[in-house]
Design a protein around this ligand. Structure first.
Ligand code: SF4
Length: 98
């Protein structure tokens, strides 16, 4: 966690998770650990799936065409639990702009 993220810890609306769409395998650890319901697992739309790399499309096909999505970025409190929990290292925290 960077110094700026550490300064934001506990303050919602400063940072939010960003998911690497070509790495996420919808394993759901982020959904389970986030205390603020920032994530949701759902099936990708055709357009979302088309935007993935070839490897990303294969990975999502193998996992029911599902991935995690950030549905409440403004609720993120920068606790870093999702970053630590993701088995694919697919999540980083980045500055959030509403
Ligand atoms: S950093 Fe904490 S509050 Fe923010 S999305 Fe991850 S688990 Fe949720």
């Amino acid at each position: 966690m960077s110094q700026s993220q550490d300064e934001c810890r506990g303050t919602p609306g400063k940072v939010a998770p960003v998911i690497d769409v070509n790495s996420c395998e919808a394993k759901g650890d982020c959904v389970r650990v986030c205390p603020y319901d920032v994530f949701q697992i759902r099936v990708l739309t055709d357009a979302e799936r088309a935007s993935l790399s070839w490897i990303g499309r294969i990975k999502t096909w193998a996992h029911g065409n599902k991935q995690a999505f950030v549905v409440k970025p403004e609720a993120c409190h920068a606790c870093n639990l999702c970053v630590a929990a993701c088995p694919e290292d697919a999540i980083v925290l980045a500055p959030f702009k509403a």
